[in-house]
Design a protein around this ligand. Structure first.
Ligand code: FDA
Length: 307
């Protein structure tokens, strides 16, 4: 029951101020968000790629309120891409973006988000890599999919995320499992109403398996975003049955979660991509990680009390 309460708190400005100001927050946050600046994150990128892992980079931030903030978000990605130029990692370091951070919720937001994300996709292509559009709450998805379709006209490798908890997602998966499109399937991390989403964990897992099968049997490139050992084993089996080779799909996990599993899958020859978030506006991202696992919250609460 804690998860929905934490997700509600993730939207509260008062909680944001309280949590962000707590002196011990930083050390707990570091587990999931290992840097605040490009200078801090570049050595981490070098270290992880040297270990055989691939990365998708997220400059944290969302729910911005002015067009200037959206431009700043765009520029933060451009700065990172510029720094990656010299490392020549190609698709081993791609970008994940949240369109809300590019202005999607502002007046004229659809056009604004498209205008801000396009230069990032262009710059990524120039250094031989790609961008994936994250999935946010269900009210934003029609706009996200339309922007994805638009970007794919010039940059067919642009990826997007679909969420197993939404009723709509099987149909989205069928539409997207074509023409080499890159699709990340995740369970879903937002608080969604029963009218649009499964609420029961077992139902979400069953939907995840059905959708993974659609992606594996299609002609796109499936990206399996999960830490769930059962779903990872099932995905491997579905890939085998669909006749996919190890480089014809990939696993993705979040930085700081089941790290030994990242290395195990990479050592087995799988493409293993670590979603690595960095930046100063980490509150929303951090709260979703707490909501996914109440033990994280207990750890966080204990460290606050023990100080
Ligand atoms: P589940 O939550 O059942 O976790 C399985 C096991 O993994 C747990 O038992 C625990 O051991 C470990 N674990 C999972 N989460 C943990 C945590 N926070 N802390 C510690 N241990 C944890 N969502 C979304 O709505 N839009 C998006 O764009 C994305 N993008 C995305 C990218 C990638 C690469 C990943 C891995 C995930 C996302 N997500 C996401 C988040 C996703 O929707 C989901 O909330 C989390 O992945 C947790 O679900 P699992 O599939 O890992 O299963």
């Amino acid at each position: 029951m804690l998860g929905p309460v934490i997700l509600a708190a993730s939207r509260s400005d008062r909680m944001r101020r309280l949590v962000s100001a707590a002196p011990v927050t930083k050390q707990v946050v570091d587990r999931f968000i290992p840097g605040e600046t490009v200078d801090e994150i570049v050595p981490i990128i070098e270290d992880l790629t040297a270990k055989g892992l691939e990365l998708t980079m997220d400059v944290v931030g969302e729910d911005i309120t002015t067009p200037e903030q959206a431009e700043a978000a765009r520029d933060a990605y451009l700065e990172l891409i510029d720094r990656l130029k010299g490392l020549e990692l190609g698709t081993r370091a791609e970008m994940s973006v949240k369109l809300s951070m590019f202005g999607q919720a502002l007046p004229g937001g659809h056009e604004l988000a498209l205008a801000n994300v396009r230069p990032v996709v262009e710059a990524a292509a120039e250094i031989g890599t790609t961008v994936t559009l994250d999935a946010e709450d269900h009210t934003t998805l029609d706009s996200m999919f339309a922007i994805h379709e638009e970007l794919r006209k010039d940059f067919p490798q642009t990826g997007c995320v679909i969420q197993a908890y939404l009723f709509r997602t099987e149909a989205d998966a069928r539409r997207l499992a074509v023409n080499g499109s890159r699709v990340r399937i995740v369970k879903g991390a937002y608080k969604e109403p029963a009218e649009v989403a499964y609420q029961d964990k077992a139902e979400i897992d069953k939907a995840y398996v059905r959708i993974t099968r659609i992606l594996m049997e299609g002609s796109g490139y499936p990206m399996i975003g999960s830490h769930d050992p059962r779903l990872i084993t099932i995905a491997q089996e579905l890939a085998r049955r669909a006749g996919r080779k190890l480089d014809e799909y990939e696993f993705q996990m979040l930085y700081g979660i089941r790290t030994e599993e990242h290395l195990r899958l990479a050592a087995e020859g799988h493409r293993m991509r670590v979603y690595t978030a960095y930046g100063t506006d980490w509150y929303g991202y951090f709260m979703r990680r707490l909501a996914e696992k109440p033990a994280n919250l207990r750890f966080f609460a204990r460290s606050m009390i023990s100080k």
